[in-house]
Design a protein around this ligand. Structure first.
Ligand code: FES
Length: 152
């Protein structure tokens, strides 16, 4: 079909296709500007129930939030389950009273401090507050030091 058309017609078609692609790209860019690509993340502050739900010296793992909640004689605290080496999820070892990372063998004490392994930093600790309605609120956006505990 192209054989029968003149050279001028052929380049006109190519030019038209190029122009159409340019206009389509421009429209696509404009629409992307109007509707930006936003990723919605879960809120950093969330309720984890009342203090009575937690037993002393029996840590609770909240999987969907990647945190452990501890209740000991000094109070309640929350600690991240994400290893500071490469981000694997650590496991709590009841008999050893420590966290162990299954990926590269890091071990953390019950306050999240590094006891052994590849992890360069302690596990993150998050602020825990008591709301007016008596519920505990963990704020993963507020990091606290390893001695922090909410007195209840
Ligand atoms: S990810 Fe935990 S030790 Fe490497």
């Amino acid at each position: 079909m192209i054989k029968n058309k003149s050279r001028r017609e052929f380049f006109s078609i190519i030019g038209f296709i190029g122009l159409a692609c340019g206009i389509a790209g421009y429209i696509y860019s404009a629409l992307r500007f109007i509707f930006p690509n936003i990723l919605y993340e879960p809120p950093t502050s969330f309720r984890i129930g009342k203090p009575e739900q937690y037993k002393i010296n029996s840590p609770v793992f909240i999987r969907e939030r990647h945190i452990f909640v501890f209740y000991d004689l000094q109070g309640i605290y929350s600690i991240s389950s994400i290893c500071t080496h490469l981000g694997c999820s650590v496991n709590w070892k009841h008999g050893k009273e420590s966290f162990e990372c299954p990926c590269h063998g890091s071990i953390f004490d019950k306050d999240g401090r590094v006891k052994k392994g590849a992890a360069p930093r302690p596990l993150e600790r998050y602020a825990v507050e008591l709301a007016a309605d008596g519920n505990l609120i963990v704020n993963t956006g507020a990091r606290v030091d390893p001695t922090y505990r909410l007195k209840v």
